[in-house]
Design a protein around this ligand. Structure first.
Ligand SMILES: [Ca+2]
Ligand SMILES: [Ca+2]
Ligand SMILES: [Ca+2]
Length: 95
């Protein structure tokens, strides 16, 4: 079994190759653990280069009734680490 002293998902030997901190889980301090950067985000664990949030539209509807229109949109914002997602619903009338 390969040693992972700081339990960040990156083995000690791999941390030496990548020049990351063997005793710290987040070398660049961007909130994404060293072990997740190269595998999940393809980012450099030694650079504070995290990505902007992802915005996903799950649902969009537009209805027209005579001169009255309504819309509804369900969208989600996911943080770069993928650990949390917030969903929003926006509804309104167009006259
Ligand atoms: Ca490690
Ligand atoms: Ca580390
Ligand atoms: Ca990091």
């Amino acid at each position: 079994m390969r040693a992972d002293t700081d339990d960040d998902g990156l083995s000690d030997s791999r941390e030496v190759v990548l020049s990351t901190n063997l005793d710290g889980t987040d070398t660049d301090g961007d909130g994404i653990p060293d072990g997740r950067e190269p595998r999940h985000w393809d980012t450099d664990p030694t650079l504070h280069d995290h990505r902007p949030p992802e915005i996903t539209i799950h649902y969009a509807r537009w209805a027209v009734d005579g001169l009255h229109s309504e819309y509804a949109i369900l969208y989600a914002v996911t943080d770069p680490s993928g650990d949390s997602e917030i969903q929003f619903v926006k509804e309104g009338d167009v006259r």
